[in-house]
Design a protein around this ligand. Structure first.
Ligand code: PEP
Ligand code: MG
Length: 314
């Protein structure tokens, strides 16, 4: 299977019966974009731009950021780039951007909430992304959005800059990784261009289990039926508005989860570079009908262990 997967890695992501599912790569370093293409990635589905910030002793200036994003666009050669704006705080502190001590950093100033307290940093990043993109397909994505209020504030900055810079092919979307955003997906779907589901944080916040917890994290399973219901709500809300939905959390490269996610209607899977060929191979091994059967079976269970056992038995 490995050799078959590697040989066929440049084929488009499709199920056996032809349903198109884009398979993209998650990156933390724009130097790896060329390798992602070499592994068959059809784009970058999640650029974790905070790693670019963490690699510098102070916030990278406009020119430095333009250079970074240009490098990714050049390597992608026309394929789309989903750039997540700075997602720090919580488990990802930035040394030169201290936040006041918090008892619960995972429930504190992080993600878009934190970025909106430094609008000049967010604005420089957005300016760099739009400038580097030019006419190339840029998808701007905001992290840790809880509702449409935060999204509107951030989107207003993009709209103002875009009117000035005039990049050609830009979509603006949000990560769905806080349960409130999944529950309110219909209101968000009416205003965004796309969703990408961050199953790592969505699972953590739905099950109230720290994703990095020494003994509990194994129970933070994205195949938990509560998480799957939130994914279903998200996909249904997006499609009702004609918007696309990706999954960029680790669940997207879980072999047992791929048919479930396809059956729920997910349009794109963004996974680590080395998983791209295997995910494409997994897609070629399922049909839409079998995927829907996997999704129905999973949704009918009451625990993540029951989901895994039931899927195994299919
Ligand atoms: C997620 O939360 O699922 C995600 C993709 O973002 P990160 O892992 O960077 O928090
Ligand atoms: Mg996250």
């Amino acid at each position: 299977l490995r050799r078959e997967a590697h040989g066929a890695r440049f084929e488009e992501g499709r199920t056996a019966d032809g349903k198109r599912i884009e398979v993209a790569a998650n990156l933390g370093n724009t130097a790896h974009a060329a390798d992602a293409v070499e592994q068959g990635a059809e784009g970058v589905g999640l650029l974790r731009t905070e790693f670019i910030f963490m690699a510098h002793p102070e916030a990278p200036d406009l020119e430095t950021q333009i250079g970074e994003y240009r490098r990714a666009f050049d390597a992608l050669d026309g394929r789309p780039l989903v750039a997540r704006t700075l997602d720090v705080g919580g488990d990802k502190p930035l040394p030169y951007w201290p936040v006041p001590a918090e008892d619960n950093p995972f429930l504190g100033l992080r993600g878009l909430r934190l970025a909106l307290t430094r609008p000049e940093v967010l604005e420089t990043q957005l300016r760099a992304l739009l400038t580097a993109a030019g006419e190339r397909p840029l998808r701007i994505m905001f992290p840790m959005v809880k509702d449409v209020d935060e999204y509107r504030q951030a989107r207003a900055i993009v709209d103002r800059l875009q009117a000035e810079i005039g990049a050609g092919d830009v979509q603006v979307g949000v990560m769905i990784e806080i349960p409130s955003a999944a529950l309110l997906a219909p209101s968000l779907a009416a205003e965004v261009d796309f969703f990408s589901i961050g199953t790592n944080d969505l699972t953590q916040y739905t099950l109230a289990i720290d994703r990095g917890h020494a003994t509990l994290s194994a129970q933070a399973d994205g195949l938990h039926p509560a998480v799957l219901r939130l994914i279903q709500m998200t996909v249904d809300a997006a499609h009702a508005e004609g918007k696309w939905v990706g999954v960029c959390g680790e669940l997207g490269s879980d072999a047992a989860a791929v048919p479930v996610l396809v059956g729920l209607g997910v349009d794109e899977l963004s996974v680590s570079v080395r998983q791209v060929p295997m995910v494409k191979a997994r897609l070629r091994g399922i049909t839409q009908e079998s995927a829907q059967h996997h999704a129905r079976t999973a949704l009918a269970q009451a625990t993540s262990q029951a989901v895994r056992d039931a899927l195994e038995a299919l």
